[in-house]
Design a protein around this ligand. Structure first.
Ligand code: NAD
Length: 253
């Protein structure tokens, strides 16, 4: 059901939050746009500028890896400067209040951890771009180290231990989803009584299956997004509005 107007939507959301015992949020790129990080699909979003690089192309070609890392370095100032927005802070307030056991996110920007969620309580379906890993032995590398090597070698560096490519710790198109995170997300979706889908176009599968799973297991479903999503018809409440404005009233310091 779409909220009749913004204020009654926020009021209804407040009642649902008050009644819920276990709330599980599921966030997408829309929660971070007010922090200066563009989403994928909006006008001016990342996809309108660059075609995503599929995983097999990254693995197969040094030139492609160089291009992937050039794009990542171009975003570094944006990621480094971003701080949690009102949406992140509202969810962190509900987490501190004991209402949210853990959060599921499609985001790779680390802002839920920065807002106060323990890293163990952030289920990252698409990984994290604030550090890198070797694709062979999974050794962790910092972005600054990769940049320094790139500047010296004029090419994306390989692992110093095993020689395999180093990639941001994200899940690319064509790369398999992390099994443990998928299992934990499904578990969270099955055991909540309120599921909040926030800032996701809900078109990226299998992640977009979690709102439906939660609802099939008895949870109420709320969708907060400024444009329609494929799952609006299923939701108990749809607030088609800015996330920061919608969740701002739930921020507690
Ligand atoms: P998406 O770009 O497909 O959808 C974002 C949705 O949020 C859009 O429907 C947009 O209209 C809406 N939105 C944007 N700003 C909003 C605001 N202020 N208030 C309300 N709604 C707003 O993003 P997605 O569904 O998360 O999927 C794309 C994939 O891109 C993700 O899986 C993620 O891995 C990756 N990604 C992550 C980030 C990040 O970490 N911040 C940024 C871009 C892309």
């Amino acid at each position: 059901m779409i909220a009749l107007d913004f204020l009654s939507g926020v009021e209804q959301l407040g009642e649902m939050i008050a009644e819920a015992r276990v709330i599980v949020p599921f966030t997408g790129a829309g929660i971070s746009t007010e922090c200066g990080i563009p989403d994928f699909r909006s006008p001016g979003g990342l996809w309108t500028r660059n075609r995503p690089i599929p995983f097999d192309e990254f693995v197969a070609s040094q030139d492609v890896r160089d291009e992937a890392w050039r794009r990542r370095f171009a975003m570094e100032a944006t990621f480094a400067a971003a701080t949690p927005g009102r949406g992140h802070r509202a969810l962190a307030s509900l987490y501190k209040a004991g209402k949210i056991p853990a959060i599921i996110t499609q985001n790779i920007d680390n802002l839920h951890q920065a807002s106060g969620f323990a890293p163990d309580h952030v289920v990252e379906l698409h990984g994290n771009t604030t550090y890198a890993r070797c694709l062979g032995c999974e050794k962790r590398y910092e972005i600054a180290w990769v940049k320094q090597r790139f500047d010296v070698e004029r090419a994306a560096p390989s692992c110093t231990d095993c020689g395999e490519p180093i990639k941001t710790a994200t899940v690319s198109f064509g790369q398999s989803m992390p099994e443990d995170e998928m299992r934990r997300a499904a578990e969270l979706a099955r055991h909540c009584d309120l599921f909040l889908a926030i800032g996701s176009s809900l078109v990226v599968w299998p992640a977009a299956g979690f709102p439906v799973l939660a609802q099939n297991c008895g949870a109420k479903l709320v969708i907060i997004n400024n444009e329609p999503t494929d799952q609006d018809d299923l939701a108990d409440l749809v607030i088609r509005h800015d996330i920061g404005e919608t969740l701002g009233p739930f921020v507690r310091n």
